[in-house]
Structures are given as C-alpha cells and as structure tokens.
Ligand binder design. Structure first.
Ligand code: M6R
Length: 366
C-alpha cells in the first residue's frame, strides 16, 4: 500500500509529478491556449464580475491560498483576501453578494472551513470549493468547484495535496484572466507552457533526495529553524516551517524575509539554521541582502536557488538547486526540497512521520 516506500509521506512526495499531471489533464493545453476548469463554468460570470475574492482555509491549504492571492491579483486584478476560516467565521465579517469565496481543503471536512462557507453562503456570497476528496462536505456545500485530483493523501503532513491546490488555483486565475482579457496572449501562452512543464521539473527536484538527506543529517538535532522567502516564495517559507514542526517537532518559523529585521533577527547565532527560498525572481536582489544579514550574524544558511546561480553558493553553507520556471509557478517546485528535508529529519529523529503526535488528518472539530 505504501508502494515500496517506508512511509506514506515519502510515497506522496514522490507521486507529485503524477498528481500534478493528473490535475492538469484536460484542463490546460498550452498549444491551444486552452485553460478551463469544467467544474466552475456556471459561476464563472460571478468570478469575472467579483468585487473581491476571499480565500478561506486552514493550515497548508491556507498557505496555498496565500500563493493564490499573489497570482490572482497579478493576473486578474481582482482584490483578494486570504483568511483563516476559524477567524473569519467568528468575527461577523463583511461579506455578501458580489464576493466570491474560494474554500480550499484537502479533506473537504475541516470544521472551521465548512462553517465559514456556510455563513458566507447564507449572506449571499458565491462559494467555490477546491477540495481533494470527492463528495466531501465542503465540496457539497459549495455552489461549484474544482477537484485537485491528487488521489488519497494518507500522511498527516500535506504534500501532494498542496502542489495540486497550487495547480488548480493557478489554472483558475489563468482561466479568469483569459476571459477578462487581463492577460496578454503572449503571457498566457508562456505561463501555460511553463505550467505544463511543472511535473517534469518536480521530477528533477525529487532526484536530489539523497543530497537533501545529507543536509538533514547535519541539522537533525537543531532545536529551532527559521524559513525565509519573499514574494511568491513567502508562503513557501511558511509551509516549509509547518512541515518541519508538525513531523519532526523542531520549533520552526516561517517569515517574509524582510520582516526579519523587525524581530526574528535577534534569534540568529551560529546555532540557528536559516533556510532561504532564494530562487531567481523579482525579489532576488532583496533576498541576497537578507542572506548577507544572516551570514553577518553567523547563522547557518541553507539556500534553495535556481540552477546556475553563481552568487548565493559563495555566500551560504549549503545550496539546493532547482530548475528555473516562471516565478508564479516556483512555489510548486521550491516547496519540494522542503518537504524532503522535513521528511528525512523526522525519520532520523525517529518520529512517527505519517501520524505525528496530537494531530489528525482531518480536523473535524473546531
Ligand atoms: O483538509 P484540509 O486541507 O482542510 O486541512 C487543513 C489543515 O488541517 C492541514 O493542511 C494541516 O495543516 C496539515 N496537517 C498540514 O500538513
């Protein structure tokens, strides 16, 4: 059942080229400039005319929502808010007709997310579900939706569901942008082509597993860890930190790299591993300065960089090279080494990787 792997988590990490491919199938055909999610045809006009999109989710799904916020705003120019379902539902939010809610949930059973969309629906908003489990409560409570088609995810730590969520959400943003004509044909074509290349590029990153295992060996006894990224990679920093804390019980925090000097920089010394997601994108130069700030305080730096980067490898302790891709799609690639790193660290610490203490796969109580 684990397909020859020691844990479901590793199996699910390794399945990602296929799960992303499955998620794209029939929905994206770059050659024809085709991008369409069959499940949200009826409510597409609501999206096109939306005053605002509100994304509701918890945990890893909320991180996927943060990436989607940047992607939707950039491509469609519709204002997006991303909210923890648990906060949204209890603060008498301003929501109603003209708002489109996107609820993201692997299990489709998360109690807070379900209650939040029920409330928003009552107040007149359109609800679109992005769920993995077919026929789940959130999928049923939504007006329409698009499944992530990642297949069953058994490991408590979400991996393939996250990359499938990013695939669906990016496709959805591209579909809206195409309809709204808020994107040029050239840019649409470039992004669709890059999207089709994601599975092969993920495959390439998965081959770094033994290099990542060696880095894990060095840092397995750390008691703290900081993850930093900017722009599209900021949510990846949050996700990397969540993966590490939930399965290895190492205290980890993710931050937008620029926030470091507003507090967390005080934590940095030679004992502190800092993981930078520092791929070549529009925030690159800024991230390089942030790496310098950490090195000046003797932090140990592991950097996820774009293949061929000549600068960062000279500055840091370890580099993990990933293939280049459009910055909007990079989270699907840059998260992979972080999944593997936390997996190997958890295994080396003898943790119960698939069923970490105190956690359940779906959180059906608030
Ligand atoms: O099933 P959902 O996507 O609604 O679950 C949300 C969170 O409970 C979930 O992502 C959780 O944070 C994972 N254990 C993270 O790996």
């Amino acid at each position: 059942e684990k397909g020859g792997y020691d844990h479901f988590m590793l199996k699910e990490i390794m399945e990602q080229p296929k799960s992303i491919e499955d998620c794209l199938r029939g929905r994206v055909i770059a050659e024809d400039l085709h991008v369409k999610l069959g499940g949200i045809q009826q409510h597409l006009p609501d999206l096109l005319n939306a005053n605002r999109i509100i994304i509701l989710a918890c945990g890893t799904s909320w991180h996927a929502g943060l990436v989607a916020e940047y992607v939707f705003e950039e491509l469609t120019r519709i204002p997006v808010e991303v909210e923890y379902a648990s906060e949204f539902r209890y603060r008498n939010p301003i929501v109603g007709k003209g708002d489109v809610i996107i609820a993201i949930s692997q299990s489709g059973e998360t109690a807070d997310t379900l209650a939040a969309i029920e409330m928003a629906k009552e107040r007149g908003a359109t609800i679109l579900g992005v769920c993995n489990v077919v026929g789940s409560s959130i999928a049923r409570a939504s007006h329409e939706g698009a499944y992530t088609h990642a297949g069953p995810e058994i490991g408590v730590a979400s991996t393939k569901a996250f990359t499938a969520q990013l695939t669906v959400l990016t496709s959805m943003a591209l579909m809206v942008a195409k309809e709204k004509k808020s994107i040029s044909e050239n840019r649409l074509s470039e992004l669709l082509r890059d999207l089709e290349q994601v599975p092969a590029k993920v495959e390439q990153v998965l081959k770094l597993d033994s290099a990542i295992e060696s880095i894990a060996e060095i840092y397995k006894d750390a008691s703290n860890c900081l993850y930093l990224g900017r722009g599209y990679n900021f949510p990846v920093a949050l996700e990397g930190a969540l993966k590490l804390k939930e399965i290895s019980y190492i205290h980890a925090e993710g931050y937008p790299a620029a926030e470091m000097k507003h507090g967390p920089i005080a934590l940095i010394d030679e004992e502190m591993p800092v993981i930078f997601i520092a791929t070549r994108d529009s925030s690159y130069d800024k991230v390089v300065s942030n790496i310098q700030e950490v090195k000046a305080r003797k932090g140990r730096v592991i950097a996820i960089v774009t293949e061929g980067d000549a600068l960062i490898p000279k500055m840091v302790d370890h580099v993990i090279e990933v293939p280049n891709i459009h910055e909007m799609l990079m989270p699907m690639i840059s998260v992979i080494p972080l999944q593997l790193l936390s997996y190997y660290i958890a295994v080396m610490r003898d943790c119960n990787v698939d069923q970490p203490r105190n956690l359940a796969k779906s959180v059906t109580v608030e």
